[in-house]
Design a protein around this ligand. Structure first.
Ligand SMILES: [Zn+2]
Length: 501
């Protein structure tokens, strides 16, 4: 039986079209999923949408729609975007799915019965856009008015009955998990949440809203006048997705290998709140929470509230999906925010994809046709080239295991550079039948293309077709195994793009 692997994206809030920030996280998750499949793992990849809450309720009503009608419409935009970007998820979960609502009600009812949910009162200054209360020191004071620090609009005084989840009991547990395990990756992100936790302590969390204010949510099963707070509803999707209540064996197999991919802005919820909630339910923390920085445009975080959004439609107008995937991952870094511009993309497209990979494929294809009638037969092995190709597998695997995708791409392209240099050195165009040179170089290309497949699946499959080889799992990559390569047509893979003035 093959080893299991579980990877998730956060579920996205479908109050606007998906943008490059969403694409960044989702492409990272897709590449991890594809890479693990390539390594022979049995992968479950979950993404989806977080469809409840006041913001969506309002957005829908403003358009004269019922919330469900509105989210049904918006969800299609996410599905279309992921299809266009060649994202291959195992399930697209919606928090309005029947099995999810059932799970949320079931689990929270258990916690209610255990006395881990208690009635209380909440009062404070509230931002309707954030759906969040702000305490003194958090909000901005201006001419006697209290403003949301994010939206800079006036806060409302809200006083309401609510139910609290008794998180405070689990502070020591969460601290222990965070300080004694390496579940958060990269580790630097732990410091921030741990110091906040030490400073502020873990407070009980208000997890319901009065239905009179927020009707668009999952009903609290112990009190029909309340709906469940979106964050709690949303986090539990990771359990619904792998069938916690339907298939225990399926769940256990994947949960022990759970990897949550998240942006650094939602780290608190995905560690402190989530680990405590899991503990209450009796489930260990995920294996890894992989954290990345923001995608910046002109130095600012991309997002609806900052107004500097590049939608996925806009990206795909100028570039093929594989090129978008390549360029985003070429600058990807977990430790830092990344800056992403059209100029950078054009440079990467022209200087790396077209000049190095496109050129290599073209040279090998054209030479095979011209010199060997398109048929390159098995030949003896160039040992140095073989070592270079095999070394690349190990080097790329090392980077992939550390989620250093940019580094992995550089290593793959180093192999392509090596192969271009190999052609320059051996000059097969000067020989009458350069079968040996071309066979070895195409074997090298086969290695590189297999390693690149998770990043650029469509392009790699196209290259495989040019030379008539198959992309197989990495354990089957043996240099000199190919019987022959047959080239019929050599397409131009990357047409150079001019910079916009
Ligand atoms: Zn706000």
């Amino acid at each position: 039986m093959s080893k299991a692997f579980y990877v998730t994206t956060p579920i996205y809030y479908p109050n606007a079209e998906p943008h490059t920030g969403h694409a960044y996280t989702t492409i990272i998750a897709d590449i991890i999923a594809r890479w693990k499949r390539l390594e022979g793992y049995d992968v479950f990849f979950l993404t989806g949408t977080d469809e409840h809450g006041l913001k969506l309720q309002r957005a829908a009503l403003e358009r004269g729609l019922q919330p469900k009608e509105f989210v049904d419409m918006m969800v299609e935009k996410f599905k279309e975007a992921w299809k266009a970007l060649r994202i291959e998820y195992s399930r697209f979960i919606r928090t309005t799915d029947a099995d999810h609502e059932e799970l949320v009600k079931n689990l929270l009812m258990e916690l209610w019965k255990k006395g881990l949910i208690v009635k209380g009162k909440y009062a404070g200054w509230y931002c309707t856009s954030c759906e969040k209360f702000f305490s003194e020191g958090e909000y901005v004071e201006e001419e006697g008015r209290k403003l949301c620090p994010i939206h800079m609009k006036e806060l409302e005084w809200v006083e309401e009955e609510t139910y609290f989840l008794k998180l405070s009991k689990f502070q020591d547990y969460v601290l222990k998990v965070l300080s004694e395990t390496d579940v958060v990756y990269p580790k630097e992100y732990v410091r921030e949440v741990v110091s906040k936790l030490r400073l502020e302590g873990l407070k009980d969390l208000s997890i319901t809203r009065p239905k009179s204010r927020v009707f668009w949510g999952i009903e609290a099963p112990w009190d029909r006048n309340h709906t469940i707070y979106v964050w709690i509803d949303a986090l539990l999707n990771y359990l619904t997705g792998i069938k916690l209540l339907k298939d225990k064996e399926f769940f256990s197999k994947y949960w022990s290998e759970a990897h949550h991919i998240i942006g650094k802005d939602i780290l608190w919820f995905h560690t402190i709140i989530w680990f405590a909630l899991l503990k209450m339910i009796g489930i260990p923390p995920p294996k890894k929470v992989v954290v990345h920085g923001f995608v910046l445009m002109g130095g600012k975080k991309m997002g609806k509230s900052t107004g500097n959004v590049v939608t996925i439609d806009e990206l795909l107008k100028d570039f093929d999906a594989d090129v978008v995937r390549y360029c985003l991952m070429r600058v990807m870094s977990l430790d830092k925010d990344i800056e992403f511009t059209f100029e950078n993309m054009v440079d990467m497209h022209n200087n790396e994809l077209a000049d190095i990979l496109g050129n290599l494929v073209r040279r090998l294809g054209v030479l095979s046709k011209k010199k060997l009638g398109g048929v390159v037969s098995k030949d003896s092995i160039d040992e140095e080239l073989r070592r270079e190709a095999e070394r690349t597998i190990e080097a790329v695997r090392e980077s992939m295991n550390k989620f250093r995708f940019s580094e992995a791409l550089v290593k793959i392209f180093d192999l392509f550079r090596y192969l271009n240099a190999y052609l320059n050195k051996t000059e097969p165009w000067k020989k009458e039948k350069p079968n040996y040179e071309l066979y070895n170089a195409i074997e090298g290309l086969r290695f590189g293309v297999t390693l690149l497949w998770s990043f650029m699946p469509y392009t790699c499959e196209k290259i495989a077709k040019v030379f008539d080889f198959k992309i197989e799992t990495i354990d089957k990559l043996v240099f000199g195994k190919s019987e022959k390569f047959v080239v019929t047509e050599v397409p131009l893979l990357f047409k150079k793009i001019k910079k916009k003035k």
